[in-house]
Design a protein around this ligand. Sequence first.
Ligand SMILES: *Cc1c(COP(=O)(O)O)cnc(C)c1O
Length: 395
Amino acid sequence: MGKESSLFQTYARYPISLVKGEGSWLWDDQGNKYLDFMSGLAVTNLGHAPAKVKEKLKGQLDELWHVSNLFHIPGQEKAAELLTANTCADAVFFCNSGAEANEAAIKLARRYHQKVKGTQRFEIITFAQSFHGRTLATLTATGQDKVKDGFLPLPAGFKTVPLHDLPALEAAITKDTAAIMLEMVLAEGGVHPVEPEFLKAVSELCKQHGLLLIADEVQTGMGRTGKLFAHEHYGIEPDIFTVAKGLGSGFPVGAMLGKGFLREAFTAGSHASTFGGTPLASAVVTATIETMLEDQVPQRAAEAGEYLMGKLNEKLGSHPFVKAIRGKGLLIGMECAEPVGELVLKGQSRGLLFVTAGPNVIRLLPNLYVTREEMDQAVELLATLIQEHTAVNQA
Ligand SMILES: *Cc1c(COP(=O)(O)O)cnc(C)c1O
């Protein structure tokens, strides 16, 4: 054993040190090459070091890195305009992470009811198995006990109901309810796309009761599911939605987007973030979105996702170890009969990186430019890994 790390050991890290990335590929400090089907966890949607974003970032490095949000930041206005021009939202608040974007959404929902509507509504209803972040409010919103362990007392004002259980949701709504918040695909929670009829019903309930609908698009956004944002699949418009992971192609940036009627709830001084939408971050966001639009990246993700899903079904769909293959676009989960942690490690030793979503689900998140050859390669290797794994376990 070497000396103890100077880091808090909040991650059970894999014994690999990645030092270089390009497109779908990563290299470690030993010179080994990996096909990346996790994308830093749905972050590097344009692949590693995408040329146009890199160029914009380098250009901005020579101009200006940071100024306070007390000043106008033209680049931030531009990034926001791109986001509102291409979504159902009218206004953007920039921050630095998914959790911070969700915090902003929760605060905006409360403030809208309390300051604009003049009610005392505060409660946010979320769903079992959801994931909304690690700050105190967002871990309370999260529908998984493991993220709450040891952090009591939790903030008041959150209630969780089972997904797809409309009677439970209706019963949970009271005079205190401010908003319903959900992911379009429960990502960390096992890759479960929300049923269209259920989401329609949620949207109707929100209208009926005067609640805000908040979509957490931190993982599903930025082209990942085959649309720029996953709620576009469903024909509903959330009042608020949040973005982070893919928004900066690897540069840390998040955003909370909302409808125009919410502007009056977030007035000067009501919310802030020192690093939100700096010139550097804004340049990266603008370059990322422009690239997505120019190259029709969401469309690519839809087509690639269909291909990958088809290949997985063809090679593994009838394997007894595989219980279900589901997802949207390039957010795909393969539910297996047993825990898959060992398969993740075996994949790494054979040059394929992927993650889990809960103990039994393999989660595949390639970049959105992934080629058919790369997908074929990944599926072949997964099939081999599963074949070997089941053969050993039967012996
Ligand atoms: C990752 C994630 C978050 C948290 O994002 P951070 O940037 O890690 O704070 C929130 N919601 C969803 C759906 C996520 O996938």
